[in-house]
Ligand binder design. Structure first.
Ligand SMILES: [Zn+2]
Ligand SMILES: [Zn+2]
Length: 371
């Protein structure tokens, strides 16, 4: 079968990929659609070190082809959204509603594939840029077959990461204010999650002016075009000044209640921290290089009780959050169709990469097999 294979330096479509049969707790899925996420590209540029050869792709949806004998919640023919969190279900964290903290859910590199007859690794416990993959049963969430799989495929990574970063990692609520750095596939979901929660001001910040219409259509009330000479921290403070005139200096200038770095850059994360009002929270969502550090002023914490926290792919509880998002989509509260900027045959993945780099895409979706 065909698949997009990383060989240690670059990726290419191969037609000699095979996958083994599912074990007792596993499911074999025919992939219909898969979103192109920055994390796939991070493997290619070395930001995410990964063994090779490996089959890429980690944001997908498809149809169950075969289930292991112990799998009971899905059956062949079911339409499923897949996610990468291969959590164990039996540890403390899994049982207190924090499967993202399950130690068994990280990396999960194994070799269910062969390429040209030689063992090949999966990626992020997933590998959706191929016709069939084998995942743990717990990674499959059944959805109504009426929902377009080329839209549903985005839920498993970009949508969960953005929405979960707001709903699961903050207390953002009615009347709060927030700033969102990076208006891409994740940032748009942070914006719409904040809107659903009732934020009164949502500042979208990006270096590409063309992203303003999408940001506003997803719920941003303001757009700041970042770039050389633009001090976004001061821009935010000018919009949301403190009401107490005699409180001056860096501790009293006002700011947002929450700021989300969806880009994954230390300077942006530091700006996110600096633009907070007293008691505000900055959330690291985007993933920088493993060695990246943040030069934060400690007085942010000791004097005005700002918080710097992180979000591991939205800290999601897949079997609760995915149905919740599907329900919100059907009720018109959450946009999914509008996230898909373009669809490409799997073979045209390089065009999708170029379009992503050019800032043309919220999300590009690769069509792997016929629905
Ligand atoms: Zn991803
Ligand atoms: Zn666990």
């Amino acid at each position: 079968m065909k698949g997009l294979v990383y060989d240690g330096s670059k990726a290419a479509i191969r037609d000699d990929v095979e996958v083994r049969a599912p074990g007792p707790t596993e499911v074999k899925v025919r992939i219909v659609s898969a979103g192109l996420c920055h994390s796939d590209l991070s493997v290619l540029d070395g930001t995410i070190p990964w063994p090779a050869p490996a089959v890429l792709g980690h944001e997908g949806a498809g149809v169950v082809a075969e289930v292991g004998e112990a799998v009971q919640h899905v059956a062949p023919g079911d339409h499923v959204v897949l996610h990468t969190l291969a959590y164990c279900g039996a540890c403390k964290w899994c049982n207190i509603g924090r499967p993202a903290w399950c130690r068994k859910s990280i990396a999960n590199a194994s070799q269910p594939f062969t390429v040209a007859g030689e063992p090949a690794w999966n990626f992020a416990a997933a590998s959706f840029f191929t016709e069939y993959t084998v995942v743990r049963g717990i990674q499959c969430v059944k959805i109504d077959p009426a929902i377009d799989l080329s839209v549903a495929c985005l839920i498993g990574c970009g949508v969960l990461t953005g929405i979960g970063s707001v709903w699961n990692r903050t207390n953002l609520g009615q009347g709060d204010t927030c700033a969102v750095f990076g208006v891409g596939g994740v940032g748009l979901n942070v914006i719409q999650a904040a809107k659903v929660r009732g934020a009164r001001r949502i500042f979208a910040i990006d270096t590409i002016a063309d992203k303003e219409p999408a940001a506003r259509s997803f719920g941003a009330t303001d757009f700041i075009l970042a770039g050389p000479g633009v001090d976004v921290v001061q821009r935010i403070r000018a919009e949301l000044p403190t009401e107490i005139e005699n409180v001056v200096g860096s501790f009293g200038e006002g700011g947002v209640d929450y700021a989300f770095d969806c880009v994954g850059h230390p300077d942006i994360l530091n700006s996110a921290l600096e633009m907070l009002d007293w008691g505000g929270t900055a959330v690291a969502v985007g993933v920088p290089a493993p060695t990246a550090t943040v030069p934060a002023r400690v007085t942010n914490f000791t004097h005005v009780e700002r918080t710097l926290t992180g979000s591991r792919a939205g800290s999601h509880r897949p079997h609760w959050d995915i149905p919740l998002i599907v329900d919100a989509y059907r009720r018109g509260l959450i946009k999914l169709d509008e996230l898909v900027s373009a669809r490409y045959p799997l073979e045209d993945w390089e065009t999708a990469v170029h379009d992503l780099h050019d800032g043309k895409l919220a999300r590009g979706v690769l069509t792997v097999s016929a629905a």
